[in-house]
Design a binder for this molecule. Structure first.
Ligand code: MN
Length: 502
């Protein structure tokens, strides 16, 4: 595996194309194909094998991001999938080692820079404009939204940065949501209860008003990761675009929409402009009646919702030769998008309450980025015994959708799950080191969080949160030294060999 000498300065990325340029300097981070592909199920079927990883059905693997240059039925569009489907790739895009991403994101929250609005003539996302009032306008034939599996409710936009303002306060919020194409100018939008944009939508609806919204697709990956922060790190009214600004040291640029009173991301490949219509719902699978929506991050296909809000599309704008970006819901892309902000949120909370106790946090791929965290604990003396469990309780407060916390000592590599399981095998006793916290609100897309699964679950999305304390009791530490090998220079025996020492 070749490596360029120096990580790129993070500010060299300002849009999707500059990010792809950085990736193409590495071996095995970026591939293209010009073989024509059907966006209906085939495209995702290919990438499942090439690089999806995560909770995707086996066989799958970690692989490069992939661009399909020829999309059947859509002459002018390319489709990118898997941009962030490897933690190593995310680290390269942000110019830090992959173990330091959580700290980088944490710093970005504290050095947030508010977005700025630039004039329309400078906004590349409006190079080409299609108005919904134009003859023949139809998002179904205009945009190659992939249908991920043959049983899905329809084509979905999976990497759209949905951006709108609170009708009362004018404060903005950006989030990624499940968006299903429902008609020539209609897109349904699914909200897990409590999401900030849904709160804006409900406020507008109570006044009988539509909520203007933009969906920016194909943007700087800093925006994509920043958009995935959730409360309490980013409370209602916190514009998550400011985190991307902090991460790049440069404000995200916005542009006023051409058809609605809302702002879009100026460097986006594609922008859909529209309005969330009050008192109007559709059945998510109204065209298929399959009962299925699309593959979701826990690895199962989400249930179609009986009644979801609808965006009436007013315009689509795009760059010349646009790239539509998509992801597979259960792929490692989701783990990174959701998990790295979760790691940053946990670190921030524990560092304020228990400074120096937690060295690092990892929300690994099989835990979907949301449901599982491994915390690396540094017990400094007898007084820290038991504080590791306090840190786990804080982690549940830092991110409400967390289900399992694994606590390990400072000599365990939290990015190597084999090492974590080793700690569980040799430093854990089930009856005394497992802490159950039953009946806590968590997340409805985990199918085990259901009353049918356990009598302790009163409603879908409630779960038994669990702490697995795999740390050695401080008083016994001397009995748990790992075998110490001699420090040597391997390159004397195998020239060019890198030991992976920190
Ligand atoms: Mn928010």
């Amino acid at each position: 595996m070749s490596d360029i000498k120096q990580s790129q300065p993070a500010n060299q990325t300002w849009d999707l194309r500059s990010a792809l340029k950085i990736l193409s300097q590495y071996e095995n981070e970026y591939v293209e194909t010009s073989e024509p592909v059907d966006p209906a199920a085939e495209l995702s079927g290919v990438y499942r094998y090439v690089g999806a990883a995560g909770t995707v059905m086996r066989p799958t693997r970690t692989g490069p991001a992939m661009v399909f240059n020829r999309i059947k039925g859509y002459d002018n569009f390319r489709v990118l999938i898997g941009l962030l489907a490897s933690r190593q790739r995310v680290a390269r895009l942000f110019g830090v080692p992959k173990e330091e991403l959580a700290q980088l994101l944490r710093k970005s929250v504290h050095s947030a820079i508010a977005p700025v609005v630039i004039p329309a003539e400078q906004a590349v996302c409006q190079e080409v404009v299609h108005l919904a009032s134009d003859d023949g306008f139809d998002i179904r034939t205009l945009l190659p939204a992939p249908t991920n599996t043959p049983e899905d409710a329809g084509p979905y936009f999976t990497m759209g940065m949905c951006y709108a303002a609170d009708p009362e306060t004018g404060e903005h919020d950006v989030t990624i949501h499940r968006l299903c194409v429902q008609g020539r100018d209609e897109i349904s939008m699914y909200f897990v209860p409590g999401r900030h944009l849904d709160q804006f939508r409900m406020k507008a609806e109570q006044d009988g008003q539509a909520l203007p919204i933009t969906i920016s697709i194909g943007v700087d990956p800093a925006i994509e990761i920043g958009a995935c922060f959730e409360p309490p790190t980013t409370p209602l009214g916190f514009d998550e675009l400011a985190i991307a600004g902090g991460l790049r040291g440069r404000a995200v640029e916005l542009v006023q929409g051409v058809s609605v009173n809302a702002r879009a991301i100026a460097n986006a490949e594609i922008v859909i402009e529209g309005e969330l219509i009050p008192d109007y719902r559709v059945q998510e699978d109204q065209h298929t009646h399959s009962g299925k929506a699309m593959p979701e991050f826990p690895g199962y296909t989400g249930e179609a919702q009986a009644a979801v809000p609808v965006i009436k599309v007013k315009a689509v704008t795009h760059r010349k030769n646009p790239i539509l970006q998509t992801c597979i819901g259960p792929s490692d892309e989701h783990t990174n998008l959701a998990g790295i902000p979760t790691e940053a949120s946990i670190l921030d909370m524990v560092e304020r309450a228990l400074p120096g106790l937690v060295k690092n946090v990892h929300c690994p791929s099989p835990g979907t980025g949301k449901y599982m965290a491994v915390m690396q604990i540094n017990k400094r003396g007898l007084q820290d015994e038991g504080r590791q469990r306090q840190a786990a309780l804080l982690a549940f407060s830092a991110f409400s959708e967390l289900k399992h916390v694994f606590l390990v000592d400072e000599d365990v590599d939290i990015f190597d799950l084999s090492d974590v399981i080793w700690a569980m095998t040799t430093r854990y006793q089930g009856d005394v080191d497992t802490i159950f916290i039953p009946g806590v609100r968590c997340h409805p897309l985990d199918p085990s969080q259901d009353p049918a699964f356990s009598p302790s679950i009163r409603a879908p999305g409630i779960t038994c949160k669990t702490i697995y304390d795999c740390t050695v009791p401080y008083a016994l530490k001397s009995d748990f030294q790992r075998s110490q090998f001699m420090e040597v220079d391997v390159s004397r025996f195998l020239p060019g060999f890198a030991t992976g020492q920190p």
